[in-house]
Ligand binder design. Structure first.
Ligand SMILES: *[C@@H]1O[C@H](CO)[C@@H](O)[C@H](O)[C@H]1NC(C)=O
Ligand SMILES: *[C@@H]1O[C@H](CO)[C@@H](O)[C@H](O)[C@H]1NC(C)=O
Ligand SMILES: *[C@@H]1O[C@H](CO)[C@@H](O)[C@H](O)[C@H]1NC(C)=O
Length: 348
């Protein structure tokens, strides 16, 4: 019986996808460098990657501004949803395509407006929301009926907060946060801001929202090297974990609102429950590093990108992003995706 339902569902899904239709009509993406697909290219900032060896595996070898050798997590999710091309960056000023969604993510961006500012300009979360509101106002002329009724059907993913730690709290020479706040107070401050940012999305009609928690940012090669350490920096992981621990009740609060379907994707649970296969290198990076732990421009990357977890000092390779996306989309494990995975969220 169960099997028959599964088969039936698969047939329906495949029939939909075969018609060239995606599971949701539109997908809006918010976040930082993990999700950026070129929004920083024309900004004055070090946090941009529109140069080789970034994009070495991207069709045509183009360095689009993705912080990887090929696809982001959201690129994979876009494909799983049945879209036939990736969601364009806001900076591309796409016109008709805004109906299928826009990517607002920006490298070095944080929940707080000043996080990442030592690297230069960036589109912080409040500004991403401003750009989103500009986009939704343009939709008035493009959709039949209320824009909010259209937005109700769209998928939203939000993956932000790492820079509030890496490029703010744990950079006391550039930012006062660590002197002003305990890790607990800082996590509370981020949650207060994050709540109002997610509320702003809800207020426009966003109902299907997947929020990513922070990964083990103390385990990135950059953070380990900056501390001259040989293993993960527990102080950073523990501070980020205080933020992560507050996300479930934030998501629960949103799910009490009418029609809201918010879900939490826990990257730390994913990392603990689906460890990388043995043989994947995590202690060094695929590309040769600049002093800021991005790739040194125009240097050759490693030959076998599939055996490295990190492309540069902070950012995963395509193969890792694919694994994360697959898990976020399909996992039945409620430790990883709660109360549902992105496939269930999209179908709901
Ligand atoms: C890179 O991504 C494209 C989709 O944009 C995919 O078709 C291709 O197989 C990927 N290449 C590698 C080497 O991962
Ligand atoms: C993607 O699909 C849409 C219709 O759903 C079609 O108009 C468009 O030409 C397709 N694009 C590509 C690159 O195949
Ligand atoms: C790491 O080592 C370098 C070179 O030995 C030194 O200049 C730097 O101060 C050290 N940093 C820390 C955080 O210990």
């Amino acid at each position: 019986m169960m099997l028959r339902i599964v088969v039936l569902v698969l047939i329906i899904v495949c029939a939909d996808l075969a018609k060239g239709e995606s599971k949701v009509p539109c997908y809006f993406i918010f976040g930082d460098s993990l999700s950026d697909v070129g929004n920083n290219n024309d900004l004055r900032t070090l946090a941009k990657t529109n140069y080789p060896p970034y994009g070495v595996d991207f069709p045509g070898g183009i360095a689009t501004g993705r912080f990887s050798n090929n696809r982001t997590i959201e690129d994979f999710i876009t494909t799983f949803l049945g879209f036939n091309k990736s969601i364009a960056p806001y900076s591309a000023q796409i016109n008709e395509d805004i109906l299928r969604g826009v990517n607002f993510a920006s490298g070095a961006a944080g929940i707080l407006s000043n996080s990442g500012s030592q690297l230069g300009d960036r589109v912080w979360m409040d500004k991403q929301i401003r750009n989103y509101l500009i986009t939704t106002s343009k939709l008035v002329l493009k959709v039949r009926g209320h824009v909010s009724d259209y937005l109700n059907k769209c998928l939203y993913t939000v993956n932000i907060g790492s820079n509030d730690y890496i490029n703010n709290y744990f950079m006391p020479e550039n930012y006062p946060s660590k002197r002003l706040y305990t890790p607990e107070q800082f996590a509370n401050l981020l949650i207060v801001r994050f709540r109002s940012q997610l509320q702003a999305l809800y207020n426009t009609g966003a109902r299907k929202v997947a929020v990513f928690g922070l990964g083990l940012i103390g385990c990135t090669p950059a953070q380990i090297a900056m501390r001259n350490a040989t293993q993960c920096i527990d102080e950073i992981n523990q501070a980020a974990n205080l933020f992560n621990e507050k996300l479930p009740s934030l998501i629960d609060d949103f799910n009490r609102l009418p029609m809201a379907k918010f879900t939490l994707i826990s990257l730390t649970a994913m990392q603990a429950l689906n460890p990388l296969p043995p043989g994947i290198i995590t202690t060094s990076t695929c590309c040769q590093l600049r002093s800021d732990f991005q790739c040194e421009p125009f240097t050759p990357p490693c030959a076998n990108r599939n055996i490295y977890a990190f492309f540069d000092g902070y950012h995963p390779t395509d193969v890792v992003n694919g694994g994360v996306a697959e898990s976020a989309y399909n996992t039945p494990n409620r430790m990883i995706a709660n109360p549902m995975n992105i496939n269930e969220l999209s179908s709901s």
